[in-house]
Design a protein around this ligand. Sequence first.
Ligand SMILES: CC(C)(COP(=O)(O)OP(=O)(O)OC[C@H]1O[C@@H](n2cnc3c(N)ncnc32)[C@H](O)[C@@H]1OP(=O)(O)O)[C@@H](O)C(=O)NCCC(=O)NCCS
Length: 209
Amino acid sequence: MPLYQIFSIQSHTKVYIWKITESFNELFRSVILKDVSLARVEKMKAESHQKGFLAVRKLLEIAGYDDFDLFYDDFGKPNLKDQKHISISHSNEFSVIAISDYNLGIDLEILKDKTLKLAPRYMDVSHLENLSTADALEKATIIWGIKESIFKIKNEPGISFKDHIFENKFNGKDGKCKAELRFENQLELFEIQYQLIENYVLVVAFMSV
Ligand SMILES: CC(C)(COP(=O)(O)OP(=O)(O)OC[C@H]1O[C@@H](n2cnc3c(N)ncnc32)[C@H](O)[C@@H]1OP(=O)(O)O)[C@@H](O)C(=O)NCCC(=O)NCCS
């Protein structure tokens, strides 16, 4: 099943989701890559990573772009040649892109026990108190996704998930919350949306205006 879902966030942002069921060859034959992208695909060790990268190019096509419209800065943040912003994530069998009038971050994470086990390393575990294991896993995964998404917006070396990005208290079920970046004597606020997609958590973050 190639294109899985497209949804809008207000009128400024569109999110495109691909569920990868194709073989590497099927995907590879169906996209045109520039040389630098071809070299990246050839260097990737895992076929799942290659397929995730190629599925992103399929989503670009659906959004009206191609691989030649996408370029990366020195830290790996993707940009489009026009004025729109883009953020990209891939996880196992899903790839997602979000295209927006605003700088944004998107992250897709599969639900896996390790995310909960590692929670003390990246979050305030008091936010998981009194939850069932399943709900705690879901919420920890959302919080991990929040931190990844905010990192993708800011793209600044030195930002630590644990020391600089803080999620406000939220219940983990109503699809939205707020978070803060406290970094280099500045406080920035972010609006977060999240949802479950099968056994994955999708998080989208925007800077508060
Ligand atoms: C860059 C980073 C956010 C990528 O996240 P990830 O979960 O590994 O992978 P995802 O699939 O969600 O995202 C990968 C995409 O992010 C984008 N990306 C990579 N670096 C980026 C950056 N500096 N800024 C914004 N986007 C970036 C790319 O589009 C990439 O996919 P592509 O190269 O195939 O186009 C992450 O690896 C990272 O470095 N985080 C910061 C380091 C950190 O603090 N880690 C944990 C501390 S406890």
